[in-house]
Design a protein around this ligand. Sequence first.
Ligand code: DMJ
Length: 624
Amino acid sequence: MPVATLLPFTATPSRKSSSPTSFRLTEKFILLLVFSAFITLCFGAIFFLPDSSKLLSGVFFHSSAVETNTRKGTDSDSNIAVGTDEKILAKIRKDHEKALVEAKDTLQKRPDEIKQDIQNEKDKVFKEDLSKGGKDDDNLPVIEYVQPPGATGHEPSDPETKERREKIKEMMKFAWDSYKRYAWGSNELRPVSMQGHSSNLFGSIKGATIVDALDTLYVMEMYEDFEMATEWVEKNLDFNVNAEVSVFEVNIRFVGGLLSAYYLSGKEVFRKKAIQLGEKLLPAFKTPTGIPWALLNLKSGIGRNWPWASGGSSILAEYGTLHLEFMHLSKLSGNPAFAEKVMNIRKVLNRLDKPQGLYPNYLNPNSGQWGQHHVSVGGLGDSFYEYLLKAWLMSDKTDEEGKKLYYDALQAIETSLMRKSSGGLTYIAEWKGGLLEHKMGHLTCFAGGMIALGADGAPEDKTGHQMEQAAEIARTCHESYARTTLKLGPEGFRFDGGVEAIATRQNEKYFILRPEVIETYMYMWRFTHDPKYREWGWEAVQALEKHCRVEGGYSGVRDVYASSPNHDDVQQSFYLAETLKYLFLLFSDDDHLPFEHWVFNTEAHPLPVIKKEMTDTDKPNQLE
Ligand code: DMJ
């Protein structure tokens, strides 16, 4: 009993200054009586109340069950105390019985069922934790960053390879320094006029070169520049713009670039910006079928398609090149909407008939029907096929649907589009309403690398066959470079009218620093270690240095058959993101960004494989 409650008995408040010595005898007697009655009552309570030991244990040992129940009654009401006590015993008995039943159930379960139960319980706790504050200021789940293996490399032991690798780093430094000097903050650099260049693909979003180059700076260990670029992203990269952007371009360059920068460096700013931008892109999917618009106003959320695209269609290579980035966005944000959107695209495609198993480039987002039957593994189609394969690889080979779609599509391409010229060059033609156009684009040259990457998983012992196809495409694309004056590849080359691997139309003769041929050399080198791929890459380096390097950076050229270069005055952001990165990796050891841990998006931004053995709760930056 608290000491304070005894006070009224020892001092009478009305007696202002009286001391105990001034009590009269009768008063003393009454006090003594009251005090002894109180003592008797206390002893009675201890010794005579039933099962008093339990009440004592309730006082001294704070068993929560007892405490909770005793708080409901009064100490002096022995009947209620007995009732409460029985209730406790009954509850204990019930809990024991329940535990026994559960144990029996568990013993009857298969190990995989038990594992699943444990996982469900873990997921539940994880979700509860999140809702209890496992989120940061931006309401994103708190993630413990773990750097995937091979994010950094080392110098090759062979002196020539080391020297060539150094040279490519110097090229990157020159391209980057020139951009910094003349066009900092703009989307791209005009290296001849030495000023900024703003492509309308990105609306008024700025800094495409900075975001596209981030991971190349990291991979080449240009850390000071990486820090500078990071600071720019933190302070200046803004998506709250009233402008129309290309959903595809913004996704592959900005979302992809930010995601890679996050996975390489662990800097939260990149995760936040990637998710912010991803959220801005979501309204593009507001169409009757969920097939996204090509163009989107980031402020109003209103989308539309390119006016030139067959009957208001969306483009296969655009809506089909969101999968990798959006799967990672769901992973990093905890928001399933991103993954749902891209999985729905597959659903729509699965419902449609494919002419000869091929995917036409145009699909109407309102009706869900194909537009013109034009098929291409180059422009308008290319990265759709790439992302089917890479979706499977990035899922640690669990996305069986992606795998099947890829190998089925490749079979259809082989049957209907792949041809050999009379001079023995394998090429992938284009298909227009059932007729073949014997033309191959520079863009199509990525297919050598793609086929090599997928060869290992090819069904029906086709691995060797696909490696041969990949090597043949690499050779054809090399020929398209070798047969020009500047030793740089044309935008498109033909296999008709008596020519092979040569551009015949003026508007196909330009070279804009594209990466696809070098990309294929890099994959072929990794899979075969045939030195010719490094030699071919080095030939391209020399041509770039000779004809594209100008005072203020690197420029594309208008005609690769001309005797001297006529510069187009644009240093494309993908030159830093892709061309130079693939060149650097071509002269690096295989354990730098190894394929078992990383998948490159179509802009060469490395994204980690989402390992299947790591569950959501074990490794939060890996997708289940
Ligand atoms: C890049 O932006 C991407 O590779 C895209 O898939 C198509 N091509 C350009 C570079 O050529």
